[in-house]
Design a protein around this ligand. Structure first.
Ligand code: SF4
Length: 375
């Protein structure tokens, strides 16, 4: 772990186009002033922000968003995307304003149109449906989700039963489950781990969604192993590096925080988990917002230390907006707490790489950690 003092860059991403004003109309409201908030409750100690790192964009989100941007650049609008490309309101609204059409199911896509599969992955049934409709597809499934799909296929071929730990109804879980439905049972929580029945307890393996709480998953596995001692582990961790790293950083700062703010959308599994982890690890209060304007100044009453982080689908510009707001309320001192360095970059989907090669486009723009794309 290392810490570094940073100055809030006040909505100044390193590079890239200016932010696009999109989404639900934001109706400004009268905010109480810093003086009024401080008068409401005394703050003991110096005000400061502990900024968690790593935070924000992961390699899989970066790749998926750039893939859609490249598809727009090469094919023009409309580009269809099945489900939200990543679970972030700002990203989805921005791409929509540029000509992307998000659909829930492929029957909403015109025959033969260009369609991108989201970072969360799709089941084989969706791939077949795309072929039936002659859709031209780009698969932006995160390679770390694809890894779990491959595990499910392999273990089903070996005729093993799979306990898939994850949230039923989440797109990623639907996709993984769809690889081997006859062999797979979804475990949503510890209670289900206590009651699940399996046909052959000696031929059992567990897999998981990539964006779960590390601690809760370990708890579920411990319950399962107590009931099924021969339960086998996946070949490598299914919870991805980005999820683990963001949770580790929030665990580090939360004990010292009166308030933790997580930037991320309500349907973003890893953003919601970060808020839960902050509370479990000692934050007095934790809140999740999509945008800085959703931060309520009453949260600052009596608060000396504010922790700040963001989910893996959140562009850094949204965190910088929150830092700017915080500085207006006296939280101008920012200490970045770094618990891991990340340098993972995935190559773009192969369909896109082939097209780019044909026209001599070498600009992959990856590794921007959300500073370029859609910010
Ligand atoms: S959170 Fe993990 S699994 Fe999901 S897109 Fe990012 S790297 Fe991939």
């Amino acid at each position: 772990m290392s810490t570094a003092a940073v100055t809030p860059t006040a909505a100044a991403p390193a590079a890239g186009p200016a932010p696009v004003a999109v989404g639900m109309p934001h109706i400004p409201r009268a905010r109480r002033s810093r003086d009024e908030v401080e008068a409401a409750a005394v703050v003991t100690g110096d005000k400061k922000v502990m900024l968690a790192a790593p935070r924000g964009y992961c390699a899989g989100v970066d790749r998926a968003v750039v893939a859609v941007e490249k598809a727009l650049e090469h094919h023009g609008a409309p580009v269809y995307v099945r489900k939200e490309i990543v679970h972030n309101r700002h990203v989805v609204d921005t791409l929509e304003s540029q000509g992307v059409v998000f659909v829930n199911e492929l029957d909403e896509v015109p025959q033969g149109a260009l369609t991108v599969f989201s970072a969360h992955g799709v089941s084989p049934a969706v791939v077949s449906q795309a072929a039936e409709r002659s859709l031209k597809t780009i698969d932006a499934t995160c390679p770390l989700v694809t890894k779990v799909h491959r595990e499910a296929v392999r273990f089903a071929k070996q005729d093993r039963s799979i306990l898939l730990i994850g949230h039923e109804g989440h797109e990623e879980v639907e996709g993984t489950y769809g690889e081997a439905p006859e062999h797979t049972t979804i475990i949503n929580n510890p209670d289900e781990a206590r009651t699940v029945q399996v046909a052959d307890p000696d031929n059992l393996i567990w897999l998981s969604q990539t964006t779960l709480s590390v601690d809760e998953t370990l708890e579920i596995v411990a319950i399962l192993r107590e009931r099924f001692p021969n339960l086998q582990d996946p070949p490598s961790d299914d919870i991805c590096y980005a999820t683990s790293n963001r949770q580790a950083a929030i665990k580090k700062i939360s004990p010292a925080c009166d308030l933790v703010i997580i930037v991320g959308s309500a349907n973003s599994s890893n953003s919601v988990r970060l808020k839960e982890v902050a509370l479990e690890y000692g934050a007095q209060r934790a809140e999740r917002v999509d945008f800085a304007h959703q931060v309520d100044e009453s949260w600052f009453e009596g608060v000396a230390t504010v922790g700040l982080s963001s989910g893996a689908s959140v562009p850094e510009v949204l965190v910088q907006d929150v830092l700017t707001l915080l500085s207006e309320y006296g939280y101008g001192s920012v200490e970045e707490v770094v618990t891991a360095e990340e340098d993972i970059i995935f190559s773009l989907p192969k369909e896109l790489r082939a097209e780019m090669k044909k026209v001599g486009d070498n600009d992959r723009s990856l590794g921007g950690h959300g500073r370029n794309a859609t910010s």
